[in-house]
Design a protein around this ligand. Structure first.
Ligand code: PHE
Length: 355
């Protein structure tokens, strides 16, 4: 056996015994690299006659092919093993329980909207929705608030175009218009949602929440409005008796109009709702103006009714003892953990609203 053939036998043994990529790669370089065993053997061709060259080269090529076959088979084996090992190591048992299990919380505003919807559904109101981006007609004109009306200024409107035709709704009252235009009376709806005004301090945020109420039928009067609001406030604050007063006010879309205050007192730094000699304004309301009905294709000679608009955030602050309105919208996880609600604790009239 030649020196070369001895080496080849030795290398075949080494390839068979190798166990990882680094080892087999270094064997590949030893054998097939520029100055590897095979190339060195080829260099000997120079000293041979043409006849000998043929036989010599054919022999090395056969040995080389042989080696390559063994090398390739071993490479595949090592790579396969590597992949299987990696997969084994990275395997995740998705049936194992979470190590740290966190449940999200329901924001107090969402909770209060659920509570309110629940209370009003009990007396036959259904829930409507309207878009945050409104047109000037639905937000003002149809609501009897024409161009240049001073009440328009009071709303600190965010306009979205230069012609002041598109805006972020300044109240939920445009949902009254949308509801009446798309249906036929009677109407008995509430509409909770986001509203926007350019205003910001401890009790005002540029975005806030309102709840609109609308009840239109043949003989709805101010007495129904009072009864309805009285029922709502008692249910919402979960008290038997409530002190409530209607103060004359003005809204272009209601006549007569009123603002409603509820009585409260402070005891040990806490607000007690429903009694005491202090007053807190919580909503605006009135009998829907005949012009609004006309604009909404409802005949004011046949139909009439009331509307109200409640500040939802303020109700949430009062009920759940939250002092700063701005904290509602800061997205502070710690705050939400403290004031938020269990997602499975959905308010119902049967189980109780906040318990
Ligand atoms: N839209 C009025 C506001 O934002 C509230 C309101 C609604 C008053 C419905 C009367 C009737 O202040």
């Amino acid at each position: 056996m030649s020196e070369f053939e001895k080496k080849i036998t030795e290398y075949k043994g080494k390839i068979k015994l190798s166990t990882n990529i680094e080892e087999i790669e270094s064997l590949r370089l030893d054998l097939f690299g520029k100055n590897g065993v095979i190339n060195l053997e080829f260099k000997k061709l120079g000293q041979l006659s043409a006849e000998e060259k043929k036989i010599f080269a054919a022999n090395i090529n056969k040995i080389k092919q042989d080696l390559l076959d063994i090398y390739n088979a071993k490479s595949v084996e090592i790579l396969d093993k590597d992949i299987i090992q990696k997969v084994e190591k990275e395997k995740i048992d998705i049936t194992l329980p979470e190590k740290e299990f966190k449940i999200g919380k329901v924001h107090p505003v969402s909770q209060v909207i659920d509570e309110i919807s629940c209370i009003f559904s009990e007396i036959g109101f259904s829930v409507e929705e309207g878009p945050d981006v409104e047109n000037d007609y639905n937000n003002f004109t149809a609501l009897n608030t024409p161009e240049n009306h001073p009440a328009k200024d009071m709303h600190d409107t965010f306009y979205l175009d230069e012609n002041m035709k598109t805006l972020l709704r300044t109240h939920t009252s445009p949902v009254q218009v949308r509801t009446m235009l798309k249906g036929k009376p009677p109407f008995k709806i509430i509409a909770p949602g986001r509203t926007y005004r350019s205003d910001s301090d401890q009790t005002h945020t540029p975005m806030f929440h309102q709840l609109e109420g609308l009840h239109i039928d043949k003989d709805i009067n101010m007495g129904h409005l009072k009864g309805c609001l009285n029922y709502f406030i008692r249910e919402f604050f979960e008290v038997d008796k409530i002190k409530m007063r209607f103060r004359p006010s003005h809204f272009p879309f209601t006549e007569p109009s009123a603002e409603v205050d509820i009585g409260y007192r402070i005891e040990n730094n806490k607000i007690i709702i429903g009694e005491g000699d202090k007053w807190l304004e919580i909503l605006g309301c009135g009998m829907v103006h005949p012009n609004v009905l006309k604009n909404c294709k409802v005949d004011p000679n046949k139909f009439q009714g009331f509307a109200f608009g409640i500040g939802i955030d303020r109700l949430a602050m009062l009920k759940y003892g939250i002092n700063d309105l701005r904290s509602f919208f800061e997205c502070d996880y710690r705050w939400l953990n403290h004031y938020g609600f269990d997602p499975l604790d959905v308010p119902t009239n049967y189980r109780g609203l906040s318990r």
